[in-house]
Design a protein around this ligand. Structure first.
Ligand code: DC
Length: 221
């Protein structure tokens, strides 16, 4: 029997690294739904399909095929995994993911992933909309300052230029977009375990989640 563990939360709360590590330790698949939104936003923006042109947007969406293969995101067979990790795509994804037609088009693709086995899926509406019947749900968050600090360190470690105040402003802005949009806003799903990681290391968050999963029983590890 396959099962789904969902991890929702705002940008920079450490969801990706925590979800990846949890999936790895449980020996199950990891689903990064943000990558799918990023890929579609990148392609729509490159094709100059405006987010408010509903008719054109819906037509364009029928021509775009997003696939997840071996940890890579492909759009019409073209690997965009690297290109989607930029501050520009952060913004684009936040804008396009608020459009109902985009969310409708991507729902099936996300739900289909359960066919390949059990998954740890992370995003914004995973426990509330995509997998409302998931076995265990988590909501991972951290203060905007803690999240900005992590993003700052991540960028400077990669040798990129980074400005803490700009990162903090961008995070606050995206929080507002993601939480206030009409369709599938970022919320704490019903029944989710709430975890504030502001003062936790990644390993502590992973351990907390694994302990909780174990305590639920009936999940083989
Ligand atoms: O997790 P991330 O930063 O890669 O997500 C990129 C954007 O996609 C973010 O602005 C929110 C959006 N997103 C969403 O609306 N629903 C999801 N399930 C995942 C991401």
């Amino acid at each position: 029997m396959t099962y789904v563990i969902t991890i929702d939360g705002p940008a920079g709360a450490g969801k990706s690294s925590v979800a990846k590590a949890v999936a790895h330790r449980l020996g199950i698949n990891y689903l990064d739904t943000g990558a799918i939104y990023r890929a579609i936003a990148l392609i729509l923006a490159q094709a100059e399909v405006k987010p408010d042109n509903d008719e054109y947007l819906r037509e364009a969406l029928t021509k775009i095929r997003v696939e997840l293969r071996d940890g890579k995101v492909l759009v019409n067979d073209f690997d965009v995994s690297g290109e989607i990790r930029t501050p520009e795509v952060d913004e684009l994804a936040s804008v396009y993911s608020a459009v109902p037609a985009v969310r409708e088009a991507l729902l099936g693709l996300q739900q289909e992933q359960e066919k390949h086995g059990s998954i740890v899926a992370e995003g914004r509406d995973i426990g509330s909309v995509v997998f409302p019947d998931a076995r265990i749900k988590f909501f991972l968050t951290a203060s905007p300052e803690a999240r900005a600090r992590r993003r700052y360190l991540e960028r400077t470690r990669k040798g990129e230029n980074a400005n803490y105040d700009e990162i903090l402003a961008a995070i606050t802005d995206r929080d507002k977009n993601d939480s206030s949009r009409k369709t599938a806003p970022l919320t704490v799903p019903e029944g989710a375990v709430y975890l504030d990681t502001s003062d936790m290391t990644e390993e502590e968050a992973v351990t907390f989640i694994l302990e909780h999963v174990k305590s639920e029983g009936n999940i083989s590890q």
